[in-house]
Design a protein around this ligand. Structure first.
Ligand code: G4P
Length: 299
């Protein structure tokens, strides 16, 4: 059964983006560097066609640096799209954003007269508010009317070079793709109650054992009988529970507690810098597990 994501909201948000985009010079799209495809809304390509775009691979401090390089090359598209890997909690990391925006609008006749107007878009939890707040510095993000721009859009002055307009509404990934759901759930970007925790952990460990087995072996002191043979995901999770002494009454291993620990440590970066998809093969290793029920996330 597919997960349904805000069908009503999406229609309204799409309409607002389309209307307001006419007044914008460009788009700043924020994605999670740990899953850059899963954390973007594919409708954006269609909605923002023809506008210059800066893609920010945010949370790159938590992502695998080598894979982030591959994603930067994937997104960079000559004059139309630039991509930057950023950690939006750091001022320094976002320093290049205004000048990149100006570069993208180079040659426009207004470029020396006024700031670039950029609409900022991203699905929830990719770090949009953090990017805006860090860029704005001490200037608080506040709603301001702008001729021709609906009051649902928040204008945030950044500098003499750049003004940011926050997208109205929530821009969810429109998907019925369970793999995308599993990746976002693994990163904690959709609430654990929407998908089953055991399924998220199983799916995630399947990927991690293909790409980052050594990290799990080291962190959880896994005892691989045959180093050539990768244990099944549920065996790894059980081993984690066993090694941490997560036992239930009766002595059986508390599988759920082990799954929670693994996901928490992945999300917090304790397992190291990890990326859950690669540009050459984004579906790699992710088993499809259908959730038992359909729920609409709260927004
Ligand atoms: P949103 O507006 O797109 O929904 O996302 P928001 O900025 O609220 O960020 C979601 C979470 O991601 C926050 O953590 C935020 O601190 C964290 N975050 C944002 N950008 C980065 C980044 O570049 N690197 C890292 N490591 N984390 C980032 P939280 O746990 O929800 O809140 P808190 O830790 O700020 O209290």
């Amino acid at each position: 059964m597919a997960i349904q994501w805000f069908p009503g909201h999406m229609t309204k948000t799409k309409k607002l983006i389309k209307e307001n985009l006419k007044k914008m010079d460009m788009v700043i799209e924020i994605v999670d560097a740990r899953a850059p495809l899963a954390s973007r809304n594919p409708l954006l390509d269609q909605l923002t066609a023809g506008k210059p775009r800066l893609v920010l691979l945010n949370k790159s401090d938590l992502a695998d640096p080598g894979v982030t390089e591959q994603w930067l090359r994937f997104f960079e598209n000559g004059n139309e799209i630039h991509a930057l890997a950023v950690n939006s909690k750091s001022n320094k990391s976002l320093k290049a954003v205004p000048s990149e925006c100006r570069k993208l609008c180079k040659g426009k006749k207004w470029i020396n007269r006024r700031p670039v107007k950029a609409m900022i878009v991203g699905i929830p939890n990719v770090g949009k508010s953090t990017v805006i707040n860090t860029l704005a510095g001490r200037i608080k993000a506040k709603a301001a009317n702008q001729p021709g721009v609906t009051k649902d859009m928040q204008r945030v002055p950044i500098s003499r070079e750049l003004q940011i307009f926050d997208t109205p509404g929530l821009l969810w990934h429109k998907f019925d793709d369970q793999i995308v759901g599993m990746k976002l759930a693994s990163l904690g970007s959709i609430r654990d109650s929407i998908l089953h925790l055991d399924d998220i952990a199983f799916s995630c460990v399947t990927y991690l054992s293909g790409e980052y087995l050594d990290r799990m072996v080291k962190r959880y002191k896994l005892n691989l009988e045959d180093p050539e043979e990768v244990p099944a995901p549920h065996v790894i999770i059980e081993e984690i529970g066993k090694n941490r002494g997560f036992l239930q009454a009766g002595g059986s291993i508390d599988y759920e507690r082990a799954a929670i620990l693994l996901l928490k440590e992945l999300r917090d970066g304790i397992l190291g810098r990890i990326t859950l998809e690669k540009p050459d093969d984004p579906l790699r290793y992710w088993p499809v597990i259908a959730p038992l029920e359909t729920k609409i996330p709260e927004g």
